[in-house]
Ligand binder design. Structure first.
Ligand SMILES: Cc1cc2nc3c(=O)[nH]c(=O)nc-3n(C[C@H](O)[C@H](O)[C@H](O)COP(=O)(O)O)c2cc1C
Ligand SMILES: [Mn+2]
Length: 494
């Protein structure tokens, strides 16, 4: 690590809000490079563990670009959207407008624009026979007990067998064999499409796009109803229709600027063992029989860039957090317009702990907000409500509010036995190993009202502030060197 890496400010070169959003992965990586946020690793690194270990060391500071992953000549990138500020920057907005911008795009999707194959970078090179994923792609094995290489940043795109409307999600994909993969589909849209196809004894055609721009990646995580195509949300975030191209072996449309596309189909009636795999809560999910993808084609750009997301690192956590926060904020504000802002905290793996900023107008309001948040998403396990003088994006500020405005005997809300996350290992305590799935993930909910009383005497709850703190112009005040200090010291010593 050189000194430039250590000293490069995390937000160096932030574009003004209103700047153009990042439309391709290559443009975004070039921008990170220009602003000291891209670390290039030139020497050969092992695809098993070493690559993920290095990317993890750089997490949140610099994106990592591996020029020689294993014996491959395809570069691997990771961690290019590992800070909130970077994601806002990719959108071309200031950080405080990030959730609003995302909600806007989800509410006003922009239909995509289909281009011909010869205009689509992702189809510059086409493989349809003799596909060997191990030989063709640098797919890393990330965590210690992972069951081999996993594709972690693939946008799985499929068409609703009933309506033909597309859906996008990121699903972990285990490479079983040269042209065979396992996939985890939680019971959401992709799973619904697959179930409909399987019920007719048919496969579900899919495409897996790897190496897409930051905003398309983020759009894939939008929480929207079925038949709301996430690629249209990507278009809205871009401010122009997303160019897409038809796959070579099926009807699925994929982002034309993707670096790599795997075409295949999820087979009806087939299940093979998948896992264990280190997941976002920083624990392993178990080995189980899961659905199988048969690969039929691989297309890519010339000299493509392969993207891997290191599980549980900031890129993974924030991709889930931002669309969820946008949805949760809207949900809370519908009943409680005095809610100003939210954050799914990093310590709560950007899923389980929600911090809410409230402009409290009536006593008791914070507890109603807590109850509303418990119902907004089953993953939410802990809610802290703070006042508007507390920065909900600063963990130390939230803890300060708890330390000084919260009393457990009157400000704590506990709900027993509610639905929680099956990936939270503490929900399984006391269950037998073979407990049926419906017994897993039962969780207590905890809410902390860390708001101060509306009325208090004197300055009991007045936050100490020093007039002039915000406006002191350090650039003008602090001398470029410490010559005056040196002179003063030498006089005193002499
Ligand atoms: C890096 C990453 C990995 C993910 N892995 C999975 C997975 O293996 N299975 C799954 O069902 N969801 C996974 N998700 C979550 C889904 O992609 C996400 O919930 C998505 O919005 C679902 O789309 P849908 O609402 O269209 O079904 C992952 C998300 C991220 C960011
Ligand atoms: Mn969807």
């Amino acid at each position: 690590m050189n000194s430039r890496e250590l000293t490069a400010p995390a937000t160096a070169g932030v574009r003004e809000s209103g700047a153009a959003p990042a439309r391709t992965l290559r443009d975004w990586l070039a921008h990170l490079d220009r602003t000291g946020r891209l670390a290039t690793i030139e020497r050969t690194v092992d695809l098993k563990h070493e690559l993920a270990a290095i990317a993890k060391r750089l997490d949140g500071r610099q994106a990592a670009c591996f020029m020689r992953p294993g014996s491959h000549s395809i570069a691997v990138v990771s961690g290019f959207m590992s800070r909130r500020a970077w994601i806002a920057e990719a959108m071309g907005v200031s950080e405080d407008a990030l959730l609003r911008r995302f909600s806007d795009a989800a509410a006003h999707p922009l239909p995509w624009r289909e281009v011909d194959a010869d205009e689509a970078a992702c189809q510059q090179i086409v493989h349809t026979a003799g596909i060997d994923l191990y030989a063709l792609l640098p797919i890393p094995t990330h965590s210690e007990h992972d069951n081999g290489p996993y594709i972690t940043a693939g946008l799985v795109i499929a068409r609703n067998p009933r309506t033909g409307i597309q859906n996008v999600s990121i699903n972990r994909i285990q490479v079983h064999g040269p042209d065979r993969m396992g996939i985890l589909m939680l019971p959401r849209h992709l799973h619904e499409f697959y179930s409909a196809a399987e019920a007719n004894g048919e496969p579900l055609d899919v495409a897996i796009a790897i190496g897409v721009d930051p905003l398309t990646l983020l759009a894939s995580q939008a929480i929207t109803p079925i038949d709301h195509d996430e690629l249209e949300i990507a278009g809205a975030l871009h401010g122009e229709p997303l160019p897409v191209v038809k796959c070579k072996t099926n009807e699925v449309r994929v982002p034309a600027n993707a670096e790599i596309v795997i075409e295949g189909r999820i087979l009806p009636g087939a299940r093979e063992m998948e896992g264990p795999f280190g997941e976002f809560p920083k624990y392993y999910s178990a080995r189980e029989a899961r659905e199988v993808i048969e690969v039929r084609a691989l297309t890519h750009r010339r000299h493509p860039i392969y993207h891997t997301i290191v599980p549980a690192e900031m890129e993974h956590l924030l991709l889930g957090a931002i669309p969820r926060e946008a949805t949760l904020l809207g949900h809370l504000q519908r009943s409680h317009p005095n809610v100003k802002d939210v954050e799914l905290s990093v310590g709560g793996v950007c899923r389980y702990h929600l911090w809410v900023q409230l402009d409290k107008k009536r006593e008791g309001e914070a507890k109603n907000v807590i109850l509303c948040a418990f119902g907004a998403h089953y993953d939410i396990k802990q809610v802290v409500v703070v006042d508007t003088d507390v920065d909900v994006h600063d963990p130390a500020e939230v803890e300060w509010a708890i330390a000084t405005r919260f009393q457990a005997d009157r400000d704590l809300v506990v709900i027993e036995g509610a639905q929680g996350s099956v990936l939270d290992p503490s929900t399984t305590v006391g269950l037998p190993d073979d407990a049926p799935p419906h017994m897993q993930g039962i969780s207590a909910k905890m809410g902390l009202d860390a708001t101060r009383p509306l009325v208090y005497s004197g300055h009991v709850f007045t936050r100490v502030r020093i007039p002039g703190f915000e406006t002191a112009d350090l650039a003008a005040l602090v001398a470029p060197d410490n010559a005056a200090f040196g002179t003063y010291m030498s006089r005193a010593n002499g």
